[in-house]
Design a protein around this ligand. Structure first.
Ligand SMILES: Cc1ncc(C[n+]2csc(CCOP(=O)(O)OP(=O)(O)O)c2C)c(N)n1
Ligand SMILES: [Mg+2]
Length: 426
């Protein structure tokens, strides 16, 4: 018996059609036996989503109603708009600076940039409290910046310096800040999802078992479309729904997992549909529009904070550069790249702010200039900072095979463990 090779759809036409109807944000209604009565249910007229024949419900009416309710007919205030613009621009300029420094040999290993996806990080993280937690992937610089980790600490980490937010021990893929509750970038895909689930469990435990009434902290878990084919994702959706954990699973669907198209790799490309399968709302939002992301994020974060459990949000976005700085990015269709470049989330926000007289060109330029200065200082700081001491090498390494580690004199010791000559006895 010969297997027929499926003719895979090119990813480009689907989002194009989907977005051209002007209401790219959609919520799923789920069957009553799942028991939820939360606000994320909408009863607007049923529409067919262009991506498949599944039935989804448009949320554009909800956004329109919200607009009408506010006094000035807008979704954000001037202050909020400027904050969003500053955060997204910081993310973009930071990553551009990383690319420069990487090609100048200041960074080592793989470096994965976030250009194009800024609306997701900003739209979600800028709504958080300091005590709330963020868990990221190897594409973690911008999530850390949005959560308040100073640019100089992130840059210094990328330079592998002792002043980096992980003391130079992690590098690009392992941003961490206890102070800012950034619980890590994780290099193995899906590895961060159980960590985030654990963080959400600890918030619930503190509140309900230890009776810390003010512990209403929320955790955001960010990860990509490719990661949703990994088992840990499903295990954590199950546990989070079962225990009603205060977590939001944020899928950044940029349509690609390195060189693998999402549509070729996933049996049902609508990731948000997996939420209702586990008894939580599944939401699909245009991840190139920070205002739409923010509306959805507000609902999901508030729902988690109220103790009503998790939400799965699929943000449809795009990365503007290769998978990492080592990727020549020759696989993706130039027409697809051009299409998404046109939908640049920062240009879109700029247009909105200026068009609605929330900001002038000069005000936005002043923000950009300020960020340029911050980044110049960050690079100088990172460059001048010392390398970590050698004694730091095996700190936080839990296994200490005979012959390795910090000796009684406090110095690093290393004897040949002769691993190649037999089993090491630890
Ligand atoms: C467990 C595991 N398997 C494979 C890899 C190799 N790998 C690195 S990135 C990646 C693709 C992930 O794609 P996606 O989740 O869509 O994230 P994106 O890079 O698009 O942000 C893979 C398979 C890995 N890091 N970890
Ligand atoms: Mg991806």
């Amino acid at each position: 018996m010969s297997l027929s090779v499926p003719k895979f759809a090119h990813p480009l036409p689907l989002p194009l059609q989907h977005r051209s109807n002007g209401c790219s944000m959609s919520f799923h209604t789920f069957t009553p036996f799942l028991g939820s009565t939360h606000k994320l249910r909408f009863t607007a007229p049923v529409k067919l989503n262009a991506r498949s024949n599944s039935i989804v419900v448009s949320v554009s009416d909800a956004v329109k109603n919200k607009k009408l309710k506010s006094a000035n007919n807008l979704l954000i205030t001037k202050e909020e708009g400027l904050l969003l613009y500053e955060d997204m621009t910081l993310g973009r300029f930071f990553e551009d600076m990383c690319a420069q420094m990487y090609y100048r040999g200041k960074m080592f290993g793989f470096v994965h940039l976030y250009n194009g996806q800024e609306a997701v990080s900003t739209g979600f993280i800028k709504l958080l409290k300091k005590e709330d937690s963020v868990v990221s992937t190897y594409r973690d610089h911008v999530h850390s910046l949005s959560k308040g980790v100073p640019a100089r600490a992130v840059m210094s980490e990328l330079f592998g310096k002792a002043t980096g937010c992980s003391r130079g021990q992690g590098g690009s893929m392992h941003m961490f800040s206890k102070e800012h509750n950034v619980i890590g970038g994780f290099a193995f895909i899906a590895e961060g999802i159980p960590i985030a689930t654990g963080a959400a469990f600890s918030s619930k435990y503190r509140r309900e078992v230890l009776k810390e009434a003010d512990c209403d902290h929320v955790t955001l878990a960010f990860f990509g479309d490719g990661t949703c084919n990994n088992g840990q994702f499903y295990e954590c959706l199950n546990m989070a729904a079962l225990w009603k954990l205060p977590i939001v699973f944020v899928v950044e669907n940029n349509l690609w997992a390195i060189g693998m198209s999402h549509l070729r790799a996933t049996s049902d490309p609508q990731i948000w549909k997996k939420g209702p399968a586990f008894g939580m709302p599944g939401v699909h939002v245009d991840g190139m529009d920070v205002l739409k992301v923010r509306e959805v994020a507000k609902e999901a974060i508030e729902r988690a904070r109220r103790g009503e459990g998790p939400t799965l949000v699929e943000c449809e976005t795009y990365r503007f550069r290769g998978h990492s700085l080592a990727d020549p990015d020759e696989l993706r269709d130039p027409a697809e790249k051009a299409h998404y470049a046109d939908r640049d989330p920062i240009s879109a926000l700029k247009k909105y702010l200026i068009g609605n007289k929330l900001a002038s060109e000069q005000e936005l330029k002043a923000i950009e200039n300020k960020i340029d200065e911050v980044l110049e200082e960050a690079v100088e700081f990172a460059d001048e900072s010392p390398l970590p001491p050698r004694s730091q090498l095996l700190e936080n390494v839990f296994a200490d095979p005979k012959g390795f580690g910090i000796g009684p004199d406090g110095k690093y010791r290393c004897e040949d463990p002769k691993f190649t000559q037999g089993t090491a006895h630890v």
